[in-house]
Design a protein around this ligand. Sequence first.
Ligand code: PMP
Length: 443
Amino acid sequence: MTTRSHVFPRHCHAELPTAVGGDGCYLIDQSGKRYFDGSGGAAVSCLGHSNARVREAIKEQVDQLAFAHTGFFTSDPAEELATMLIDKAPGDLDRVYFVSGGSEAVEAAIKLARQYHLERGDVNRRHLIARRQSYHGNTLGALSAGGNEWRRRQFAPLLVEMSHIAPCYEYAERDAGESLADYGQRVAQELEAEILRLGPDSVMAFIAEPVVGATLGAVPAVPGYFKRVREICDQYGVLLILDEVMCGMGRTGHLFACDADGVAPDILCIAKGLGAGYQPIGAMLCSNTIYDTIAGGSGFFQHGHTYIGHPVAAAAGRAVVRELLEQDLISRVQTQGAKVEAALRDRFGQHAHVGDIRGRGLFWGLELVEDRSEKRPFAPEQGLAGKLKKAAFHAGLICYPMPGTRDGRRGDHILLAPPFILEDSDIAFMIDCLSQALGEVLD
Ligand code: PMP
């Protein structure tokens, strides 16, 4: 079933099956085995693996124009995709900078924030505040912003110094007796405290994921948290960067996840679902204020990559957004998401080792604990997440389990982010496979 690989895999000793095809929500390996893509890779494949319209759009674009460097040209697919995005985007996000993925979007956002302040003559603003247990990408700037200790540890000497405040993670960190609203205000105040500690004139931006994905497993903020964060940013002239690389593009039941929090950022990062896996594409949206400041100043955003605004990637993104809007897939995320939630609560709500079930839309996380009443995680040495991934994969389910932290601040968890096109029978299959995998690993 496995083949020797000359591609440098993530896990050097992993023996991976070869993916040879995709059919709707399923991936198929060389033996013909089908796997339900319950995590969409990592919240990527929102349209499944065989969307005819996106495939056609890519072929047409390659035939017409494969590449034109953005130092010389713009292109119709990039312009049209940008227009579609800003038409739906919150606030005055009115300019789009296309990149090839999530880390690039975050890098661009960090540099844009710095350049914006410089062009206003606010040269001292250089600090970025982020949150613990967050993930913003693997390039050095994005990794510096991220608060995932395991990912950062061995590269620590190379990272840029940034501040990390508490995430909004009520399951693990809300005090007994504290209301959700009070908890939200308390953790939001950490932002103000950190701005004051660093010196208000030295902070350029705050970055956060509206729904934390890769590090915590689909954790939305409590109501009111982001509103307070927005107020604090405004009060101190700090830019708000929202990283929706994982939770954006309809995944949570809104095209942009921050719509649910009623907050508009100054800079918004998207990727994964934008190309839906058909092409590598990400984007950074920014406010008119930021754009106009740079346009009226140096007139040049000092950043760039060879493949920004790639016409074929943009054509794929344009076809993806058309599918989302014209097939009304965001409503489908809400209806199918409600069924996934109900099925998860029904099957695992009383499970002795499922401490929390949280999420929005088709973005769900299960946190596993050894003891539910104490919310005590399993010992990291047990390697629970890895075992679950293996057992689920064997059963025919791709899900995204992640290990807990060594300091015990959070336990192993499983992330589900299936394609938006999943049927009721797929939900049943996904829950059955998960149940089987949990049974094998935990009982
Ligand atoms: N930000 C978030 C919130 C992410 O989840 C990820 C990827 N998991 C990234 C940034 C980095 O994206 P990429 O892997 O496309 O570089």
